[in-house]
Design a protein around this ligand. Structure first.
Ligand SMILES: [Zn+2]
Length: 364
């Protein structure tokens, strides 16, 4: 009976989802999937997570003006989505202290950008949302500001990771998010739901149930979340495990346009997993400039896949991001220097290296 109950709940959740979903079959070739994008759907939306997910996992304290400068520089590259900060208690994540003044800055002196930008802030609980709302109340977006503000919540796909990070089990965390999501929605804010460790957990290993991830995603979507970001926090994901996860999401009736993939390059598989996701029809990917970030449970491990590498890869497929790659490469090099780490983007280093070589040749 206990095995049947979650399944029934899951089926009920499917029928209540916002839009009619295509029928699912795990043996169906991905190419013929009813969710496959129509031909010509070659635009990929990149969500730059460097200023939050990236910097949060760097050891060195980052001055406030550097964070603001990073956001301003990124805004000029054509990025449409930037994760800018986190309303988490500073005693937990000291690097994210001052996110209120970053939000204030974005509202009062919007960074120059070629188009509107969606700025995202993590609010792990009702208190975080309240702190964000205090700032939003004082500085409402006026008509001349085309940008939008998004709130995000953060669930885990494994019980151990949830306990370590959120001090509660998954069910309790989802219950807490309800208040945050409803509060954000009441103020017309878009909401993003992260699910971490979807392809491997530092405590439970690779054996994460794709169906459980899909169930958590369904719960979040039902609560009103606009987009789910599937986080391979440990970088343990492989092509086959990525495919299984996306099939499980599809089988749960979750549409591709509601899914972002968030790969870490710890084992060098991030772009392989991106290729698998693109083939499945996913068109939203998270990445961080210069490969900022890391995994707090694997010292020395690399962080998020670098945005430069992601944009180069997508360009190479003839798809479009609208992002200025050389400008991004410069930002990756600059921020790596600011925080005293080596630039983790292969593409960034290659672009800057060939530029230096050309500059050297022209002087001869
Ligand atoms: Zn990440």
């Amino acid at each position: 009976m206990s095995a049947i109950r979650p399944l029934l709940r899951y089926q009920n959740a499917r029928s209540r989802l916002r839009q009619p979903r295509g029928l699912a079959s795990s043996v169906e070739p991905l190419r013929n999937s009813p969710q496959a994008p129509p031909p010509g759907d070659d635009h990929v939306r990149i969500v730059e997570v460097g200023p939050r997910d990236g910097l949060q996992n760097e050891k060195k304290a980052i001055p406030q003006h550097t964070k603001i400068e990073l956001i301003s520089r990124l805004a000029r590259t054509g990025l449409t989505d930037i994760e800018a900060g986190s309303f988490v208690a500073p005693r937990w994540v000291p690097q994210m202290a001052g996110s209120d003044s970053i939000l204030q800055h974005i509202l009062t002196s919007p960074p120059q950008s070629p188009g509107p930008i969606n700025f995202s802030f993590l609010a792990p609980n009702a208190r975080g949302l309240k702190n964000a709302q205090e700032v939003l109340k004082l500085h409402t977006l006026d008509a001349s500001n085309r940008n939008t503000i998004e709130i995000s919540v953060f669930a885990a796909a494994s019980e151990s990771f949830s306990q370590k990070n959120l001090n509660c089990d998954i069910a309790t965390s989802l219950e807490r998010f309800k208040e945050v999501i409803q509060g954000a929605k009441a103020h017309d804010l878009r909401v993003r739901g992260y699910i971490s460790v979807v392809l491997g957990c530092p405590f439970e290993g690779r054996d994460i149930s794709p169906q459980r991830v899909a169930e958590i995603a369904t719960n979040l979507l039902e609560m009103g979340v606009d987009e789910i970001s599937l986080g391979d926090t440990t970088g343990m994901g492989t092509g086959p495990s990525t495919r299984s996860l996306l099939k499980a999401m599809h089988a749960a009736g979750i549409q591709n346009e509601d899914i972002a993939c968030h790969f870490h390059d710890t084992y060098g598989q991030a772009l392989v997993n991106t290729a698998v996701s693109l083939e499945h029809g996913i068109r939203i990917f998270d990445s961080s400039v210069g490969g900022l970030g890391g995994c707090p449970y694997s010292p020395g491990a690399t962080g998020n896949v670098a945005t430069e590498d992601m944009v180069y890869f997508i360009d190479s497929l003839g798809m479009k991001t609208g992002i200025d790659l050389p400008a991004l490469a410069e930002i990756g090099e600059w921020i790596s220097g600011e925080i005293d780490r080596s630039n983790a983007s292969n593409v960034g280093k290659a672009i800057l290296g060939s530029r230096r070589r050309r500059a050297g040749e022209s002087k001869l």
